[in-house]
Design a protein around this ligand. Structure first.
Ligand code: ZN
Length: 343
């Protein structure tokens, strides 16, 4: 079974080499941006160290078909667990992976494997482990139980204690070129136009492209957000202020929806700027080139630049928990005004 990874061939090769060496590490750290396939590859690794197609040994290429491989793929293998931030309970939002959760993993991996050859604990996101949790985990990393493998998945490896990092085999993942994603999508049966579009919308994150390919509703939603983005240009000030008020409310209830919106807006206005700069080849929204061209003709380039910068800043400020209303007001007043361009 080939790996589920799109791109990042060096990361895959490093893992396969270690597996083939006969003494693979007990602890791995998969580090890099979200959406590039680190979690899928962790499950693939769990298959490799449990697959029965190569009896007695660890396989650098799990078969994907034996009972071990299929149970891991379905997420029902007793020896493969993923530890993550717990879902909200009674309205309380958890922010990290706790010391108690780490203790539970330790107890689980101390036992002999139940149905497979190796117990695998995937910690995702590992950078959400509290300092206490990391210190507790350190002891296990120093004296790993036999037949146990840990995979730590992190967007930011520097959020982990150096003592934890140094005990893991680091595998670095990077963003993937659009061309590589496009080819992989075509090989998976996506038609040419769609593959070209999705590979550009993915912004280097193949899993984003796969999610869009699997769910037509997401593409529809994107279309709506882009129409909204375009409509911001020349929108009367009163309407803009109404919009910021609604979004500030949305931010309190569903932060992610606001970030999705800002990302779509940013992708639109960045594309407008690319068209204005004569760099239309690099645009993301390749299915909407005609509308992009209209906006590119309609607004002053300096205004578009200012708005793109303002949207970028807004996202940063919201991530830093600046009051949403203030950040959004300051951004939307920067939306380009209509018909400024002299002909
Ligand atoms: Zn197998």
């Amino acid at each position: 079974m080939t790996s589920p990874l799109i791109g990042n061939p060096r990361a895959l090769a490093a893992i396969q080499r270690a597996l083939a060496s006969g003494s693979p590490p007990h602890a791995w750290l998969f580090a890099g941006p979200g959406g590039v396939g680190k979690a899928s590859l962790a499950r693939w690794l769990a298959q490799a160290v449990n697959c029965v197609a190569t009896p007695g040994g660890t396989s650098a290429e799990p078969c994907g078909e034996c009972a071990q491989c299929t149970r891991i793929a379905r997420g029902i293998h007793a020896d493969v667990v993923t530890v993550t931030i717990p879902p909200p309970e009674d309205g309380v939002q958890h922010k990290d992976i706790s010391v108690e959760q780490v203790r539970e993993i330790e107890q689980a991996v101390a036992l002999a494997p139940f149905e497979g050859r190796t117990r695998v604990a995937i910690i995702d996101p590992a950078d959400a482990m509290s300092t206490g949790a990391q210190n507790a985990f350190l002891k296990t990393l120093e004296e790993p139980p036999p037949n146990a493998v840990f995979v730590l998945i992190a967007n930011r490896e520097d959020a982990l204690l150096p003592t934890v990092r140094s005990r893991c085999r680091l595998v670095d993942f990077g963003l993937v070129a659009a061309g590589e994603i496009e080819t992989a999508l075509r090989e998976r049966g996506t038609d040419d136009d769609q593959a070209r579009l999705l590979s550009r919308l993915a912004e280097g994150r193949p899993e984003r492209a796969l999610a869009l390919a699997a769910d037509a509703k997401r593409l529809e939603k994107r279309r709506e957000l882009l129409e909204e983005a375009s409509a911001l240009g020349g929108m009367p000030m009163a309407d803009l202020m109404d919009l910021t008020e609604r979004m500030a409310r949305q931010f309190r209830e569903k932060r992610e929806a606001v970030f999705d919106r800002l990302s779509a807006w940013l992708s639109w206005w960045r594309d407008v700027l690319l068209v204005q700069s004569g760099a239309g080849d690099g645009i993301a929204n390749v299915d909407l080139t005609e509308v992009l061209q209209l906006d590119a003709d309609r607004y002053e380039r300096a205004d578009v630049i200012a708005f793109v910068q303002s949207l970028t800043k807004c996202r940063e400020r919201l991530e830093a928990n600046v009051q949403a209303r203030i950040a959004l007001d300051a951004t939307l007043v920067m939306a380009p005004r209509a018909a400024a361009r002299a002909r």
